[in-house]
Design a binder for this molecule. Sequence first.
Ligand code: TXA
Ligand code: MG
Length: 353
Amino acid sequence: MKTEIIRDPDPASIERAGRIIRAGGLVAFPTETVYGLGGDAMNPEASRKIYAAKGRPSDNPLIIHISKISDLTAVSADIPETAWALAERFWPGPLTMILKKNSSVPPETTGGLETAAVRFPDNRIAASFIEASGGFVAAPSANLSGRPSPTDIRYVIEDLDGRVDMIIDGGRSRIGLESTILDLTEEEPVILRPGFVTSEMLSEVLEKVSLDPGLSSEDPDFRPKAPGMKYRHYAPKGDLTVVYGSPENVVKYINEQSSLMRERGLRTGVIASGPDTGKYRADSVKNAGDRHRPSDISSALYRILREFDDEETDEIYSEAFDGPGLYCAVMNRLLKAAGHKTVNADMLVKEAP
Ligand code: TXA
Ligand code: MG
């Protein structure tokens, strides 16, 4: 398949993109979180094509993207008051809500579930593209299954050129991590995937909100409720370790390990933040931004993981970015990328004699 790449989307190219979707084709498009791989959410054949293009298991449901709050009623007949209140407060924006689905939503789009995920992205190009497409665009992140979500068109092209009809450029993704997923089908709202909209922010609207216990459990039988969260996504090709501890000990531990690995002929990399970046010695040291601004780290993380892949880095060490709010989403993705491999440098660094 020849993929048309749209560098400067104008009304005519967005109209063309919409026609591709309405005819059952696939278009990758920008959102404020990460790029999406879109198809008509109401067309089962289009959903099947999305799974094939991504190389994704078809039991993993897709998010339906809309461009008007009122279009919620076409996806679900059972919309709680809280959903309208959340939509008013956070849409357009990086919040996905899980609701009971309507019969008009095909099971192919929801991975066979009776519930549907819906979100209204905060991106001008996305909104006009969704509207031109008929209003309901099913889209997972626009990466091949198992790779970090793309935050720049060059990574979409890397993964999907020849697999979709069109790719629309929207520059770098502002947020850089996928949307918060909130399940509203249980008695109490549950966060199935942490994101930019934090539980603190949701508490402005909700009396109660909790985090899916399956997210933090190490027990493989304790499955996360969002089918996609059980897969080891976001995995770099190299071996990634997250290093906790005091900044001095983290630098010391990483430099010791890095020099050992380099002696063995391995290529090493570090995910660092702010002023400590210059203290690391490795083949490639990436500055993820100011550690006191978690939005810096969130918008840089996937790009950095992809760069390490491109550079064929064997051993990657990352500082830990612990904290409330958005740090929770950052650590969720970073720990997943690391396959939960962590060390505490405070326990391992030897005191100088
Ligand atoms: O920011 C985002 O959400 C991006 C952009 C493109 O909008 N999309 C995205 O889609 O991250 P995807 O497919 O990579 O992740 C969707 C997640 C998966 O973990 C999936 O299992 C979960 O949402 N999900 C979808 N429908 C669900 C449902 N009905 N119940 C539980 N989880 C669901
Ligand atoms: Mg994804």
